[in-house]
Write a protein that binds this ligand. Structure first.
Ligand code: ATP
Length: 431
């Protein structure tokens, strides 16, 4: 983990939030490379969940919602962790962070655990009273459930169908840590997939497999992923089943994504609390039904961290060690780097022309500083899959050398064919 944190800081993937003020606990900023990687992760999720499916549509709901949403969903009453305070050093601990009744920090005595709500509270409007309390959403899912009818009426989707959303969520986590694994402000990629009751077990299995396949299709090693089914005493009272996709993070197997069968709990709760019936009319049976829902709920930041860890490789290179981020080309912040062999004008002009043309299609960087070997190393370390070198021969034969990151093999290709060469390789169709 230390290497990933240091690489992220050094190369501009992730910084501490408000760093010049000493940081802000459990909050992180994505730098120039990090924002690209994160956008690419979100784009790849959206493509597989929405773009390539007939049965899923997207929404983007607001973060601040009517507080009654959180009463109906059970978050006001029950979205809490049991916490104990140390009587000596005043630190607050999550019940699963200590054993016995001893403070893990100073050895002092801990209080009996009390429930601590994880939702951030704020006020809407000029008055700071109970009537104006609002919450920052702790998950994106409820923004989907409350739009169930709007989406159904405007899209005329038939069961099974899903509604997807990507967005920020906030949780006042007591123990943050492990870099961007657990923070107080994070992003989620959530799908609520509505199905006919009775078909829910089938769809739960379907989504477990589909989501594992998504991670591996983007290069994550299968042996670093596992499924963990929740035991009955871990399940929320309304959930019929839930499995986590876990990744082998440096601190051990930990949740990357949760996939739950939430039955009809959410739609029924919102029907009850809002007074608006949230049902589906089944043409076949001519009955109104409340669909069951399967919820694959993934964290953007945890995915970014897992992809970074999985891709980071150190390998011997002559007398040295080469650090390579073997990110799938679809996730790589830059798809290619254009490198003139020397700073001589004709080479630089030609390289800049190539750069200008390629960047219309992809994020492509340009670098003319230092030796070519060092420039290759720099691109390897940030995961750029292709380096395009313009040399003196290029001026005569209109060809460039393309170097592939992982194999370091080089090919000479005509400048006019660079785009066609890169296209299938950047989507992963060709290696
Ligand atoms: P955990 O047990 O790790 O706190 P959870 O079971 O509470 O997670 P869910 O409510 O199922 O998490 O949220 C779905 C996903 O959102 C998680 O699998 C994770 O990827 C992400 N997520 C949840 N909480 C955080 C957080 N504090 N920081 C970063 N990502 C988070």
């Amino acid at each position: 983990m230390d290497k990933i944190v240091s690489l992220s800081r050094r190369r501009g993937f992730v910084f501490q939030s408000s760093e010049i003020y000493g940081g802000h606990g459990g909050c992180w900023d994505y730098g120039p490379l990090g924002v690209q990687l994160k956008n690419n992760v979100k784009q790849a999720w959206w493509q597989s969940i929405v773009q390539e499916r007939d049965d899923v549509v997207g929404v983007d709901s607001s973060i601040l919602m009517n507080p009654r949403v959180w009463e109906a969903s059970g978050h006001v009453a029950g979205f809490s962790d049991p916490m104990s305070d140390c009587l000596k050093c005043k630190m607050r601990w999550r019940a699963d962070d200590f054993e016995g009744k001893i403070c893990p920090s100073c050895g002092g005595e801990l209080t009996e655990p009390r429930q601590f709500n994880l939702m951030f509270k704020t006020f809407m409007g000029p008055m700071e009273d109970t009537a104006s309390v609002a919450y920052l959403r702790p998950e994106t899912a409820q923004g989907i459930f409350v739009n169930f009818d709007n989406v159904l009426n405007t899209t005329r989707k038939k069961l099974p169908f899903g509604i997807a959303q990507i967005g920020k969520s906030f949780r006042n986590e007591i123990t943050t840590g492990n870099f961007i694994f657990r923070s107080r402000e994070f992003e989620q990629m959530e799908l609520e997939y509505f199905v006919k009751p009775g078909t829910d077990d089938y769809w739960h299995e379907h989504w477990l497999q589909a989501r594992i396949d998504w991670y591996t299709s983007l290069g994550m090693k299968r042996e670093n992923l596992q499924l963990r089914a929740h035991c009955s005493d871990e399940l929320a009272h309304y959930a019929k089943a839930c499995s986590d996709i876990q990744y082998l993070f440096p601190m051990g197997w930990s949740e990357l994504e949760g996939i739950a069968n939430r039955c009809d709990f959410d739609l029924k709760q919102h029907s009850k609390h809002s007074g608006k019936t949230l049902e589906y009319f089944d043409e076949e049976s001519k009955e109104h039904i409340t669909p069951y829902v399967i919820e694959p709920s993934a964290g953007v930041d945890r995915s970014v961290l897992a992809f970074l860890i999985d891709a980071y490789t150190e390998e011997p290179d002559k007398d040295d060690i080469r650090a390579v981020l073997k990110l799938h080309p679809r996730l790589a912040p830059f798809k290619a780097a254009v490198l003139p062999l020397s700073k001589k004008e004709p080479l630089v002009n030609m390289a800049k022309e190539i750069h200008a043309s390629l960047r219309k299609a992809w994020m492509v960087t340009y670098d003319e500083s230092q030796s070519i070997g060092r420039r290759y190393r720099r691109q390897d370390e940030i995961g750029t899959p292709y380096c395009i070198t313009v040399d003196f021969d290029s001026l005569d034969d209109n060809q460039v050398t393309v170097r592939e990151r992982d194999s370091m093999t080089q090919e000479r290709i005509p400048i006019s064919e660079i785009k066609a060469y890169l296209c299938p390789r950047l989507t992963g169709e060709l290696k």
